[in-house]
Every structure is written in C-alpha cells, then in structure tokens.
Design a protein around this ligand. Structure first.
Ligand SMILES: Nc1nc2c(c(=O)[nH]1)N[C@H]1C(S)=C(S)[C@@H](COP(=O)(O)O)O[C@H]1N2
Ligand SMILES: [Mo]
Length: 347
C-alpha cells in the first residue's frame, strides 16, 4: 500500500488520538481526533445562530442567548466513519485513518430538542439541515459543510448544541463557537462551526448527504447512508514502542491489558481479548459506563511469555452487533471495525 503526498497532506491536518490516550475516560483537549474537510473558518464577532425554514417561530440567537438556555453536559464518544480506512484493500484514497479516529469529549451546551420545540416545526417538516461556516470544493461541487438529520432523530435523540468541550469554550478546531453533537452517530453528523439550522419539507440532497458517507459495495451501488457507530474495542498498546515501526516491546511476566470499547447501537455487552492471534478468546472485565454515550473501560490479565505474539480485542453490543475479524471493502472506505491486531515482542 502506498500513501500519496495528497493523503499525507490530509493526515497532517487531521490527526488521530494517540492510542495511549485511551487511558483517559475523557480525552484531554488536543488529544481528541480531528477531521476538518476544508479550512477552519473564523466566525465574525457578531456571529448568530439562525433557526428557520418550515417553522412557526424562527429564531436568531447569540452565543449569550444559547448560554442562557437549559444546560446539559455529557461524555460522548465520537468516531470518524472512515476510521480503519487505511487497512482496506484495494486502497481507498482519502484521509488514511488506521484506528485512531476516536475520542470522548465532555460536551456542554443546550439540547437540540428544546430549541426545535420552541420554533414549532410545521406539519410538513421532515428533516433538519445543519450548515457550517466552512466552505470548499468536493467532487467538483462548491459547498458549505452541511448535513441533515431526520426530524424524528433530531427530536428523539440526545443531540446537543455544544459550546463547551471538557469545561472550556469550544476550541476553534472543534467548531467554535457552536457545534452539533449527535451521540451514537459517526462524526460526520456532528456539524461544527454552526451557522444555520433549517427545518425542511424535503429530504436534503447536499453533497455530504447524498454522495459522501454512504456504504456502497461498488460504483453502481446507490448504497445506504451511514448513521450509527458500529462496535469497536481498542487496547492501550502495552510496553514501549520501537520508534519507526512502533512495534511493542514488553517484558515477560504478569501484565494487565486495558482499553475502551463503544457502540452507537447500544451499551457494550462484552469485550474479548486474544493473546494468540485470534485462535482463542478470553472475556475482559468491563468498568461501569460513565454515561449512556461514552465508551467503557475494560481490562484483562496477561502472563507474557518470551517470543512473538499478536494481541487483539473485540467488542459486542447489546443489540448483538459484533466486530468482524476481517473488513468488508466499500467504495468510501467506511465502517472498517475489524478487530485491532497488535504485534508484540516479549523479551
Ligand atoms: N462544519 C464541519 N463539520 C464537521 C466536519 C467538517 O469538516 N466541517 N467534519 C465532520 C467529520 S467527518 C467528523 S468525523 C467530525 C470530527 O469532529 P472533531 O474534529 O471535533 O473530532 O466533525 C464533523 N463535522
Ligand atoms: Mo469523519
């Protein structure tokens, strides 16, 4: 597999979470992954959020107006739908994530539901379109970054209009002054740098809705839109890394392997760990979850014997979804939640 300079250019802008940061239940600011399609926009000093469209009472809100609304703070695990893309064969050209496009933020803001109820969507309303301030060209189409949610999901879920991350004002790279956070959905739904919320009587046909972020078997397949996060467990790589290969070097003896697991379909039911390249699996112990939408910690003991080993872990959720051992290729390179494999040299 070869990564092009163009992909390196994307990867250098959009960093992942170093896997050792899995040790923190809430990812410190700066270690959370980042995905920015175009440029980080600079909001004007008189920024306002416009809420309009098929509603009885449109609203225009300043950041202070939003701050004076009901406040919620919750840990939410966010993952990019392209996480795992670089492991697919044949190679899919885009942001080349391995497994690190994930993080858990303690997001603070006001529930979307309350705001939507206040504007009173009309009988004909079917979707809610969220527009960011950032612009660019993708697939020859000039666009603002925009995504929609079905009205029922916008009203029914725990979606948040967030102006804080980990108790701080939203950092510029994460959507200052205001972003949407859609718990349980892949990151593309959580529109950053919000400028406008439009309640619409038609399904939204923007590029990021109808072209990108669909699971398509081949170029002729219309595909299905991505929404919820498929289950995944990741391990804190044990021992110390070799600089260039990042291969793990571990001392022989007793170890505790730890990591975190998540799913957007429901609570994590189990995590299993293999020390022998997937030949046998052993259940890990799960920590109580920190919130409905946050990853759970897991741990398992391992007696490391000298030699070469492959460690792996896999999660299953209460809806019965389980991580596959091998990925399924698709055009966009999305949803590769095949189990993580960590080669380890025990000395
Ligand atoms: N306005 C805007 N919102 C956006 C994006 C973007 O490029 N522009 N990227 C999306 C994608 S694909 C992901 S995975 C998440 C990443 O959020 P983060 O950078 O805060 O981790 O933001 C989403 N929201
Ligand atoms: Mo993403």
């Amino acid at each position: 597999m070869t990564i092009s300079i163009e992909e390196l250019q994307l990867a250098a802008r959009n960093h992942g979470m170093p896997l050792e940061a899995l040790r923190y239940p809430v990812t410190p600011i700066g270690l959370h992954y980042l995905l920015i399609h175009f440029d980080v926009p600079e909001p004007s000093p008189d920024w306002r959020l416009e809420v309009a469209g098929s509603v009885s009472r449109p609203l225009s809100l300043s950041l202070d107006d939003l701050r004076s609304r009901p406040y919620v703070r919750m840990p939410v695990t966010m993952e990019c739908a392209g996480n795992g893309r670089a492991r697919l064969e044949p190679h899919v050209v885009s942001q080349p994530w391995l497994a690190e496009a994930v993080g858990t933020g303690e997001w603070g803001g006001t529930p979307l539901r309350g705001l939507l109820e206040e504007v009173e969507p009309l009988e004909e309303a079917v979707e809610v379109v969220f527009s960011g301030l950032d612009r660019g060209i993708d697939g020859d189409v000039e666009q603002a970054y925009e995504r929609s949610l079905p009205l029922a999901d916008a009203l029914g879920g725990d979606a948040l209009l967030a102006y804080e991350l980990n108790g701080e004002p939203l950092p510029r790279q994460h959507g200052f002054p205001l972003r949407l956070v859609v718990p349980g959905w892949y990151g593309m739904a959580s529109v950053k740098w919000l400028a406008r919320i439009e309640i619409s009587e038609r399904p939204f046909e923007g590029y990021q809705q109808t072209h990108a972020y669909r699971l398509r078997r081949d170029e002729d397949d219309e595909g299905v839109p991505l929404d919820r996060i498929h289950p995944r467990a990741l391990m804190i790589p044990p021992g110390i890394p070799e600089f260039l290969s990042r291969r793990r070097i571990v001392d022989a003896g007793e170890h505790v392997l730890e990591g975190r697991a998540w799913s957007g379909f429901g609570p994590v039911a189990s995590v299993e760990v293999s020390f022998d390249g997937g030949a046998s699996w052993r259940p890990a112990e799960l920590e109580p979850p920190a919130g409905r939408w946050a990853w759970v910690g897991w741990r398992v003991g391992w007696r490391a014997e000298p030699g070469e080993h492959e460690l792996s872990c896999r999660a299953r959720d209460e809806a019965g979804n389980e991580q596959p051992l091998e990925p399924t290729w698709n055009v966009g390179g999305y949803v590769n939640n095949a189990v993580q494999r960590i080669p380890v040299t025990v000395r």
